[in-house]
Design a protein around this ligand. Structure first.
Ligand code: 5RP
Length: 227
């Protein structure tokens, strides 16, 4: 029986198997944030000559990439990323995601938006029939905290400030329990992102993942939407 951390390591290895054969010496890879991605970065370290550099979605991942001898570029220096590899807190079968458990959701969404393909790596505990059990992280401008919280309550959510946490962008996070997306996560994403003071919410549904690699006791399940 593999532990959750061993399953995360398996998912990271599966992502490396997908990505590595397609990288060129001048490729720049988008890299997400979290404990699953930490495994991916550790695996990448032994292949650092197979690609040029990475763009990172957090200070945490930047430090780990640089410690592994991988060059980290600013996103402004890069116009194309063949892949973005990242974990998630929830994934549904349409490859909609909830992200932001690690608080890096805004940079994650930005880097993902530039990539040709978002490869999501998770252990099987993250795969759900419908998004909504994991409290939705929302990055907010601190001045707007109470104003945003009131709007969120109107939507049926129960916002809670992530105490003592400041994002890499200098903002705060509200974790919101109790939201029901009614199978319309993209509509909710737009609605929440539209509240003044919200930087972004952790729903990745307007643009979800292209491929999810889900590690379970029986092996890797590959979820991919047909075009
Ligand atoms: C960070 C994220 C992570 O991808 C998400 O929290 C999953 O983390 P882990 O791989 O540690 O389970 O969205 O903002």
């Amino acid at each position: 029986m593999m532990t959750q951390d061993q399953l995360k390591q398996q998912a990271a290895q599966a992502a490396l198997d997908v990505v590595l054969p397609q990288l060129q010496p001048d490729s720049v890879l988008g890299v997400g944030t979290g404990s699953t991605v930490d495994h991916f970065i550790d695996l990448l370290a032994t292949h650092r000559d197979a690609f040029r550099a990475a763009v990172s979605s957090s200070e945490r991942s930047t430090q780990r990439l640089q410690a592994a001898g991988i060059q980290v570029l600013d996103l402004n220096q890069v116009s194309t990323l063949p892949f973005y590899v990242d974990g998630a807190d929830e994934v549904d079968h349409q490859l909609n995601l909830i992200k932001g458990g690690g608080g890096a959701l805004t940079r994650e969404k930005i880097v993902a938006s530039v990539a040709d393909r978002f490869v999501c790596i998770v252990d099987e505990s993250k795969l759900v029939e419908a998004l909504g059990r994991f409290p939705l992280p929302i990055e907010i401008i601190p001045l707007a905290r109470e104003a945003v919280a009131r709007e969120i309550r109107q939507l049926g959510g129960r916002p809670q400030l992530r105490e003592g946490f400041i994002t890499d962008n200098g903002n705060q996070i509200l974790d919101v329990a109790g939201l029901a997306y009614d199978n319309r996560p993209a509509e909710f994403e737009a609605l929440i992102n539209n509240i003044p003071g919200v930087v972004t919410c952790g729903l990745f549904a307007i643009a979800g993942a292209h491929l999810a690699l889900v590690a379970g006791q029986e092996g890797i399940a590959r979820l991919e939407l047909q075009d």
